[in-house]
Design a protein around this ligand. Structure first.
Ligand code: ADP
Ligand code: MG
Ligand code: MG
Length: 463
């Protein structure tokens, strides 16, 4: 659905039955849905909603429930008019674990205008730009998570759900996977039911860390599913008395939670769509267009680091810090790409796609896709060259002598400075978004900086 379409149709009263409200009302009656969660994601990735009874959906969906922007992570004040959430019926999902409720992503308006800094809107803008050039980005995300037990208050500490599992290399261990069979199989069952085509689940490299993979899709659909996946995993974990965490590095000596993203670009027309990244005659199976897109992602990685790695904690996952299993599986802090090698920022695992490995579990699902698409498109537009492929083991050693690579930010503040400095980002992602995101994220940094940590006390009390 085109943003705002439902509103235009409803005010013009052209076709009463095709309004968003009417579509959702029909969905409710066909599926015995009693409530809708009308949802949106703010700049820090927080999922927010209002619960609307199906009996009121026809009216509410077209005029939208209102939200006070200041109460969420947008750069707004208490004096600003309400944000109105207009649901996008193409995103509706009936909750597999609570069938009387359906979740629907929405687009935010203020004073009848789309809110420019809303993450879903930022992505839609890029999708439109791509479509105008004849491209459609398809992506698959790998959202790793830990299952943990929380002792009473958060401050009193967290531990992996299977704290006694002390095996040094827990990845793929059948025993460790099957200990959490109830949670993982339930998630697979629900994903099947929703038609996501899940195809595997495994125990990852951290203690009680898991990953479930489902089939790639158009990037907006992937982003909506990514949001819903986090909601679903957290909910199902709670049903089994556990907590799920996507935090980038919750345990100092364990591998962190990555959120690798696999990318390809397709022609717009369905059903005769073609993967424009595929060239079976090329060594890695990638087309010239794919390399240009990749070059754009590499060139802008520094400025977009704060989108891929948006929290203070994000930077503790990167650069192979402290893994007890031997590998952190997170790339080093320089910009490089490789073939089927899991130690660089970008990996080419197969023909017709590549994998961006820097993003982590805290990445905002919409902004992650928007960042990849915007920078990739610039690579095509400017016909960029991505330079040589780097086939060394980057966990073992740095680049060979004489080869220079762009360094990536190693903390949130440096990332924010790179983000704010980039003229290119202001042009492509819009000044309103850049200003708002910078402001909201800088508040995070300031809040963190004022906190006195155990490390400081342990290391500098006696100074
Ligand atoms: P790995 O662990 O090797 O990085 P996974 O199998 O865990 O890979 O995840 C691969 C992801 O890439 C899945 O979401 C898959 O659907 C997706 N994918 C596969 N082919 C493409 C493609 N052409 N374009 C985008 N994503 C793809
Ligand atoms: Mg994987
Ligand atoms: Mg991967």
């Amino acid at each position: 659905a085109v943003p705002g379409e439902a509103r235009i149709i409803s005010t013009a009263k052209v076709q009463e039955d095709s309004t968003t409200g009417a579509v959702l009302e029909k969905f409710a009656s066909e599926n015995k849905v009693q409530f809708f969660l009308i949802s949106f994601v703010d700049l820090l990735g927080v999922l927010r909603s209002k619960l609307v009874p199906a009996s009121a959906i026809k009216k509410v969906a077209d005029s939208g429930p209102g939200f006070a922007g200041y109460a969420t992570h947008f750069r707004m004040t208490p004096a600003d008019p309400d944000m109105i959430a207009i649901p996008d019926p193409t995103s509706v999902i009936q909750l597999p674990w609570k069938k009387e409720v359906a979740w629907v992503a929405s687009d935010l308006y203020v004073n009848g205008q789309l809110l420019k800094q809303a993450p879903r809107q930022v992505l839609k803008e890029q999708i439109k730009k791509a479509a105008d050039k004849g491209y459609r980005m398809k992506t698959g995300v790998e959202c790793e998570f830990f299952l943990i037990r929380r002792d009473r208050a958060f401050a009193s500490g967290i531990k992996a759900a299977e704290a006694y599992d002390t095996t040094p290399k827990p990845c793929y261990r059948q025993g460790s996977l099957m200990k959490q069979y109830d949670v993982i199989s339930k998630l697979l069952e629900y994903m099947n039911e929703m038609g996501w085509k899940p195809y595997q689940a495994d125990h990852e490299d951290g203690k009680c860390q898991f990953e479930i993979n489902w089939e790639y899709d158009d990037c907006l659909a992937t982003a909506d599913k990514h949001v819903f996946f986090k909601f679903m995993v957290k909910t199902v974990a709670e049903l089994y008395g556990l907590q799920a965490s996507f935090m980038p590095k919750p345990f100092r000596n364990q591998t962190g939670n990555g959120c690798h993203c696999h990318v390809s670009l397709w022609t717009v027309d369905k059903p005769e769509e073609r993967n424009l990244f595929l060239d079976t005659t090329e060594e890695m199976g990638l087309s010239g267009l794919a390399y240009q897109f990749l070059a754009g992602i590499l060139l802008n990685a520094k400025a977009l680091s704060v989108v891929y790695n948006p929290t203070v904690n994000s930077y503790k996952r990167l650069d192979g810090k402290n893994p007890s299993s031997g590998s952190s599986w997170a790339p080093p802090s320089y910009v490089s790409y490789t073939g089927n090698n899991r130690t660089h920022m970008v990996r080419i695992p197969d023909k017709g796609r590549f994998e961006v490995r820097r993003p982590d579990g805290a990445a905002n699902p919409y902004l992650l896709q928007a960042a990849l698409l915007a920078s990739g498109l610039s690579g095509i537009e400017k016909e960029l060259d991505c330079g040589p492929r780097c086939d060394w083991n980057a966990e073992e050693r740095g680049p060979p002598e004489g080869m220079k690579f762009d360094a990536l930010p190693e903390n949130l503040l440096d990332a924010l400075r790179e983000f704010e400095r980039s003229e290119y980002l202001k042009e492509t992602l819009g000044t309103e978004f850049i200003r708002s995101y910078y402001h909201i994220q800088m508040e995070q940094w300031k809040s963190y900086s004022s906190f006195i940590s155990t490390w400081e006390l342990e290391n500098t009390l006696d100074c």
